[in-house]
Design a protein around this ligand. Structure first.
Ligand SMILES: *Cc1c(COP(=O)(O)O)cnc(C)c1O
Ligand code: SF4
Length: 338
């Protein structure tokens, strides 16, 4: 096996990568030699949830391939404007449960904190695409309310940083948050849900790895890759640098039509994750968010794919196929679906 660097990326380059993301549909199509007009649909959804994709991610797309599985995740298409019954703006009921200070305490022992609304990439299937982040006061983050609430509940032993993408925050914001979390008396673990190491690998720089190393808490980083093509050498370096800090690395993916709804795509993803030191954790069913119906895979097809992958791979390379059901005490595994 080739020797791989586990050195973090040089500090701060990621800020430029972030600012440099492609936000113009025509430019994206031009970069991929797809500017023949056939794909240039502009759904009205683009206004509320614009195109955003880092160039490092575009580089992993195939030129001239309108069906590229990475392109499909980020390219706005006319179908987003179709209204499909069962697909709503708030499929998991987060808006209705009106999170206090953006803490979601849905499951025993774990509190999920929405620490920022920002993401480096806009995934068209995202269930938070209609989330009212602007109202969250994300411009001047102050997590005192959230941290106080968590501190007052001794049953919470794990905080999950989510968003948006927590690693889209600046290092100084992370510093402040890390200090507040470290002061929580009952906290045993910290979890970070992030897509940045995949879509913007240079985010894993020396400042980030020393922040994680200095947290003083066992830390789990759950990255989000849906297809093996998302994992290239730069991503492998980022993941190795994270692993070198001692964190546990897991992946969550979403089962997406036209992206990873085949036995080959799912097993290649698991193998590629493992080769990068990451174990597959969850394969989520799509949350039925309006604008994303064209990504839906039926229950029967999902079960069939999961059974076939289970028959092919060792158990530790088979992610749990789960869905979110309002009111359930946990994410519901395929074996419990009715
Ligand atoms: C998914 C989720 C969690 C974490 O669940 P795990 O099964 O522990 O990964 C926690 N809180 C909320 C609100 C979630 O949606
Ligand atoms: S990175 Fe995660 S939160 Fe951000 S748009 Fe993609 S799926 Fe949604």
């Amino acid at each position: 096996m080739a020797k791989r660097s586990n050195a973090p990326w040089p500090a701060g380059l990621w800020r430029k990568d972030l600012g440099d993301a492609v936000t113009d549909v025509d430019e994206l199509l031009r970069l991929l030699d797809l500017d023949d007009g056939s794909l240039a649909a502009t759904p009205s959804a683009l206004r509320g949830f614009p195109l955003r994709v880092p160039r490092a991610f575009v580089d992993r797309m195939g030129c001239g391939d309108p069906a590229d599985p990475l392109l499909r995740q980020v390219l706005p298409v006319a179908k987003e404007d179709e209204s499909v019954s069962g697909f709503t703006e708030d499929p998991v009921g987060e808006l209705l449960s009106s999170p206090v200070d953006f803490v979601l305490h849905k499951y025993q022992g774990r509190a999920l904190m929405i620490v920022t609304g920002a993401c480096a990439v806009h995934c068209r299937y995202c269930f938070r695409r209609h989330f009212p982040y602007a109202e969250a006061g994300t411009a001047t983050p102050d997590w005192d309310g959230a941290v106080d609430r968590i501190a007052s509940d001794p049953t919470i032993s794990e905080v999950i940083l989510s968003g948006g993408d927590p690693l889209a925050m600046t290092d100084s914001q992370l510093e402040v948050l890390g200090r507040k979390l470290a002061a929580l008396p009952y906290l045993e673990r910290l979890r970070i849900h992030t897509r940045l190491p995949i879509v913007l690998p240079r985010r894993v720089d020396g400042a980030l790895t020393s922040w994680i190393g200095g947290l003083g808490l066992p830390t789990i980083v759950v990255v989000h890759a849906n297809h093996a093509n998302e994992i290239d050498d730069d991503v492998r370096r980022a993941l190795a640098a994270l692993a070198a800090t001692g964190v546990t690395l897991l992946n969550q993916a979403v089962l997406l039509a036209g992206v990873n709804d085949s036995v080959d795509a799912l097993s290649d993803l698991s193998e590629s994750l493992f080769a990068s030191g990451v174990l597959p954790y969850y394969l989520h069913m799509l949350d039925p968010v309006s604008g994303a119906a064209h990504f839906a895979v039926s229950d029967d097809e999902a079960k069939r794919l999961h059974a076939e992958v289970s028959a092919l791979l060792p158990g530790y390379l088979v992610p749990r196929l789960v869905r979110e059901l309002p009111g359930a005490p946990a994410k519901v595994g395929v074996d419990l679906w009715r």
